[in-house]
Design a protein around this ligand. Sequence first.
Ligand code: HEM
Length: 142
Amino acid sequence: MYEIAKIIHLVSAVIFGGVVFTEVVLLPAIKKEYGEEKFKEIEKVMIRKRGIKIVPIFVLFLYASGFYMFHIYMKEIDLSTNFAKLLILKISLALTVLLLVITAISLFIKGKSESKFFDYAHYGVFVLVFSVIILAKLMFIL
Ligand code: HEM
């Protein structure tokens, strides 16, 4: 069961990381080429027709599998080890990401997609998600 959770976690992390990378690195190229208004239109279609239906499922898989694995580790975790410290840091950053994602989704649903929050949240989530991924590997090395 643990190994299955790990595969679900990894696949969901790849998909979620890919979505964040597309939003922050690839899509701004459309803004540059076609202007702010056209970009907002394309982004809205992408989010409404696909994103909002697919991404939350993988976010749910990502966090559910993460918490499942953590509850196994928790049984015998030694807080004095680097592994435990980095794991707790990783989880704290991941929970900050979740808070930002939930805020963004609820603002979007309320029709406040013009909010300045989105500009900052995108970069915040980008830095946090990739830090979480790097920490996920460093915790086994350091
Ligand atoms: C933004 C959210 C998250 C991302 C992008 C993420 C990403 C990752 C990645 C890439 C790995 C390495 C998997 C592997 O190579 O086998 C990993 C491992 C792990 N993650 Fe997450 N994670 C996230 C959230 C969480 C949360 C919320 C928890 C727990 C509450 C968690 C607990 C764990 C644990 C325990 C491992 C170690 C698995 C092992 O035994 O190898 N993760 N995570």
